[in-house]
Design a binder for this molecule. Structure first.
Ligand SMILES: C[S@@+](CC[C@H](N)C(=O)[O-])C[C@H]1O[C@@H](n2cnc3c(N)ncnc32)[C@H](O)[C@@H]1O
Length: 211
């Protein structure tokens, strides 16, 4: 049962939930959910709203390479909808990072239901990590990092810098509703490679190893 009463009303999202027995379609302001459990990150956080299914699929389709061997990371994962969707592609692993404990709980519950209903999904290693994305240490290797306008400039600067400092592995950033695109546009290491109107894709090439 959906414990959250406010719904964004997006029919396709509601259909997705009904078809798959999960709870992802909602519009939730963190200050009304579990503000005390979130701490300082609350100040820079946006609300929870899931990515429309078709738009997320379009962003993945616009990637210039096969995703085999890449790890998918959703920064600000909410109830985990895009982690579920990413699992239908051959990523090595799909991770959602979320600051709200209540949303993490729902996302983990969704993962259990999804796995039970879909034992044959191509990506079986799915995780929800609780924490502030600004302090998140990205896993090694090739990454696809997804952002659906999760927070303001201060936190995004920290995330972008952590990515830019990685010394191995290629990284693609999918930035939906890119309110703070300036951070990537003005950074020497990120290159915009596609513009879908509702979102941008940036490439962060692997840093050449010093000999
Ligand atoms: C617009 S929702 C996107 C949800 C999900 N990525 C999707 O596309 O369906 C943004 C999410 O970012 C989370 N968030 C905000 N600030 C955060 C932070 N500092 N660390 C981790 N998650 C954060 C919010 O709690 C919210 O769930």
């Amino acid at each position: 049962m959906n414990p959250f009463r406010v719904s964004s009303g997006r029919r396709a999202g509601q259909r997705f939930d009904a078809q798959h027995g999960v709870v992802t379609e909602a519009l939730i302001f963190l200050g009304e959910l579990d503000p005390h459990a979130i701490g300082d990150a609350l100040e820079d956080a946006t609300h929870y709203e899931p990515t429309p299914v078709a738009q997320f699929e379009s962003m993945l389709d616009a990637l210039p390479m096969p995703v085999n061997g890449f790890t998918f990371v959703d920064i600000g994962a909410g109830m985990g909808r895009v982690v579920l969707l990413a699992s239908t592609r051959p990523f090595r692993q799909a991770i959602g990072v979320e600051v709200s404990p209540a949303l993490c709980e729902t996302a983990r519950d969704n993962l259990v239901r999804w796995r039970r209903a879909k034992p044959d999904i191509p990506c079986k290693d799915l995780r929800i990590v609780h924490g502030d994305a600004g302090a998140y240490a990205f896993p090694p290797g090739d990454l696809v990092v997804y952002l659906y306008n999760p927070f303001g400039e201060a936190t995004l600067e920290r995330v972008a810098e952590r990515l830019a400092q990685r010394d191995a592995g290629t990284c693609y950033i999918l930035y939906h509703t890119p309110v703070h695109r300036r951070i990537f546009d003005e950074h020497a290491r990120f290159h915009a490679i596609a513009d879908l109107g509702f979102g941008l894709i940036y490439a962060l090439p692997s840093m050449p190893r010093s000999r």
